[in-house]
Ligand binder design. Sequence first.
Ligand SMILES: C[S@@+](CC[C@H](N)C(=O)[O-])C[C@H]1O[C@@H](n2cnc3c(N)ncnc32)[C@H](O)[C@@H]1O
Length: 234
Amino acid sequence: MMHHADGEVLGEFLVSARSLAEYRAMFHLSDDDLAGRRVLDCPGGAASFAAEASALGAEVTAIDPIYATPPTELAARATPETERAVAWAHSHADRYRWDWYGSTAEHAAIRRGAAARFADDVRAAPHRYLAGSLPSLPCPDDAFDLALSSHLLFSYADRLDADFHLAALLELARVATVETRVYPLLDYTGAPLDDLIDHLRTELHDKGIATSLQKTGYEFHHGADTMLTLRSAA
Ligand SMILES: C[S@@+](CC[C@H](N)C(=O)[O-])C[C@H]1O[C@@H](n2cnc3c(N)ncnc32)[C@H](O)[C@@H]1O
């Protein structure tokens, strides 16, 4: 296993632990987007979104290949993975804006809190966490109202190519009736991916899926203030 968290290349996919507050900000989520809605979080990672949004009345399914691991092992892995993610962000602090969090310490506290909430929920409500991988999800068409995808697409464009991105976006649109929201649109080094995004939007348009770029209320990587929204043309 590669662990390069202190260097310039991030090794294997981080299993990060964002909170509902971060999801709300990244994806412009309102209570109406959540209550009573069927929501997919893919990749779910060690985020506490599924736990917290379920408590607000959303019907959340999180999908991630790591959920093939038994819940007790997942729960045990959440804390060291969160420390790896926090260490990565703090050792590249100049790449990020810290104002949304207030400080690096507050960022670490939010991520540790989310990991702990995930660790409790994955043991208490394992039915919410489904093993699966983009671009082929184990779900029927229109299984969800809203699909959210944070920090896999675009983030890892160094190892996931344009064909993967297109297939993954089509798959999210297949399972989400109303809308798919994706954030961020930069890679994990903060590099913009305008050519990739233009290419994907053209391909999606040709397949009957309308896309738009919307400003978010959140910017962690400098310049990562935009989400991509997909809607199937009615
Ligand atoms: C950086 S985490 C993001 C987790 C969460 N969305 C968040 O923002 O905190 C990236 C996740 O992508 C998952 N992943 C890797 N390949 C995947 C694939 N093909 N399909 C779905 N998830 C994948 C990894 O297991 C990891 O948990």
